[in-house]
Write a protein that binds this ligand. Sequence first.
Ligand SMILES: [Zn+2]
Ligand SMILES: [Zn+2]
Ligand SMILES: [Zn+2]
Length: 140
Amino acid sequence: MRHTKNPTQILSAYGMRHTGCRSQILEQFIYHDFALSHNYIESHIDSKYDRVTIYRNLKAFLDKGVIHKVLDDEGGIKYALCNDACTEHDHHHNHVHFKCEKCGKTICIDSLKIPEISLPANFEAKELNLLIQGTCDECT
Ligand SMILES: [Zn+2]
Ligand SMILES: [Zn+2]
Ligand SMILES: [Zn+2]
């Protein structure tokens, strides 16, 4: 498991209000080492938290640099915990994501950086996404 912190420590570290919903969402991210979709989170936490509440909290986590978006091959969005280097409005990672075609899991490969890309003049990059598809180490 990559993340050893608990939800309370994460919320405190990012100066966020502690709520039951936030703690439960974070538990899901800490417990799983692959990226999670909104639907997955919704079906794994207390059903008293509705879609909109979960959406708002995911957005708050994104804004604070607690989690980042992981684009899927089917155009869906998943989310994964950021490493410690990320802060509000300042995501530092440019790591590669890997989607396993057998188990369907999308994982962050923090040790593998996206190579430097030189854009044509007057183009400005805002976000880089590199998704490698194949078979993960658990499925080979
Ligand atoms: Zn980040
Ligand atoms: Zn797999
Ligand atoms: Zn990632």
